[in-house]
Design a protein around this ligand. Structure first.
Ligand SMILES: NC(=O)c1ccc[n+]([C@@H]2O[C@H](COP(=O)([O-])OP(=O)(O)OC[C@H]3O[C@@H](n4cnc5c(N)ncnc54)[C@H](O)[C@@H]3O)[C@@H](O)[C@H]2O)c1
Length: 338
């Protein structure tokens, strides 16, 4: 695959990051927001290739600090000083924090301008930069945001193949999740090679799974919910432990697999082994079970009769079901909460 189309005027392109931006009539200026480190190098390369237009580069704070309101305000200031107009373009380079905040700023600047995202972590490439959800943090993660599709997402597989192991591991939880939901070939590749899974195989496939799910549900009313596999218990653990997102989702997938086993005979031990071999946590001992239940009760996915959770009847066969508090508690105990 070279290109996956998510909507008219929104493509995901597998190519070198420097090739991020095809010329477009009417565009006079480009602002590049980038993370420190690798993001800065790529931003320089991109700007170097844009000799037809005015460019400005701005370095974001690293990680979640980029999604704080004062940092967002500085981004608007940069755009105002630079006089970025309605027909101009904003590029975001970095992990999911950078792509989330850049997407948000593009969605809101002048009520919406073109954005291009260049994800540099595995998690951002298969998840954060795909699907048009943008967000910033205020009194909680991603409570402020907008749906805004980038005109293109550029995924540089050779860049991702040089990622530090820890960043690769974190992103592998969401990549494997895509396989569990809808593509056994991703799962097979992780079974074959663990963290050494061929990114040329798993990344385009995981992107295709997410695109397929969100394409007809861009504002998240229906089927998009299956992407929350592992995220009910995972979200609680992410907050309470706290653990990095991918690690928390790993534990959350085990918890969901335990309920899937009780209901449908899904082999939760097999999944636990697969995650363990990736070096991902499969339990979160020390996290308070009552506190985790409390977080789940407050969750957006709650309904009147229980908590809606994504379960697996089999690999490639997810269902969204209401589970009781007792079932949820049992699954939490199974992953070490007490
Ligand atoms: N919008 C969505 O649908 C969606 C989905 C999932 C996650 N997210 C968001 O994504 C964010 C997490 O993204 P993340 O895991 O990419 O973390 P991140 O953006 O915080 O980056 C993690 C670290 O990796 C570094 N880094 C980035 N690229 C690198 C590279 N090529 N080599 C070495 N280091 C590199 C960064 O500088 C940073 O220190 C969260 O804010 C989360 O809310 C959004």
């Amino acid at each position: 695959v070279d290109t996956i189309r998510i909507a008219e005027d929104s493509d995901i392109v597998f190519d070198g990051a420097a090739a991020a931006l095809p010329a477009r009539p009417g565009r006079e200026a480009v602002a590049v927001f980038h993370q420190p480190g690798v993001g800065a190098e790529i931003a320089d390369e991109i700007a170097g290739g844009l000799d037809e237009v005015r460019t400005v580069l701005h370095e974001l704070p690293d990680r979640e600090a980029a999604k704080e309101l004062d940092a967002v305000g500085t981004m608007y200031d940069v755009l105002a000083d630079f006089n970025l107009g309605r027909h101009d373009t904003i590029i975001g380079v970095g992990g999911g924090a950078a792509t989330d905040v850049t997407g948000f700023v593009a969605a809101t600047w002048l009520r919406g301008v073109e954005s291009v995202l260049v994800p540099t972590t595995l998690l951002a490439a298969v998840d954060a930069a795909i699907g048009g959800k943008t967000g910033i943090n205020r009194r909680g993660k991603n409570l402020v945001g907008a749906f805004w599709l980038p005109s293109r997402v550029v995924i540089d597989l050779s860049l991702l193949s040089r990622l530090p192991e820890e960043i690769l591991r974190e992103g592998s939880a969401e990549t494997l999740k895509a396989g569990l939901l809808a593509d056994p070939a991703i799962v097979a590749e992780y079974e074959r090679a663990g963290l050494g899974a061929d990114l040329e195989v798993v990344v385009p496939r995981a992107v295709a799974v997410k695109v397929d799910v969100v394409r007809d549900d861009l504002d998240e009313r229906g089927r998009r919910a299956i992407l929350n596999f592992g995220h009910t218990v995972g979200h609680a653990i992410e907050i309470l432990a706290p653990l990095p997102h991918g690690h928390a989702v790993s534990v959350g997938m085990v918890a969901a697999a335990v309920i899937s086993n009780a209901r449908y005979g899904f082999d939760h031990r097999w999944l636990t082994g697969l995650l363990f071999d990736l070096g991902l946590p499969v339990a979160a001992a020390g996290v308070s079970l009552p506190a985790a239940l409390e977080v789940c009760q407050r969750d957006k996915k709650r309904t009147a009769d229980g908590i809606r959770m994504v379960l697996l009847r089999d690999v490639g066969d997810p269902v969204v079901e209401v589970v009781s508090a007792a079932e949820l508690e049992g699954a939490m105990r199974a992953v070490g909460l007490s």
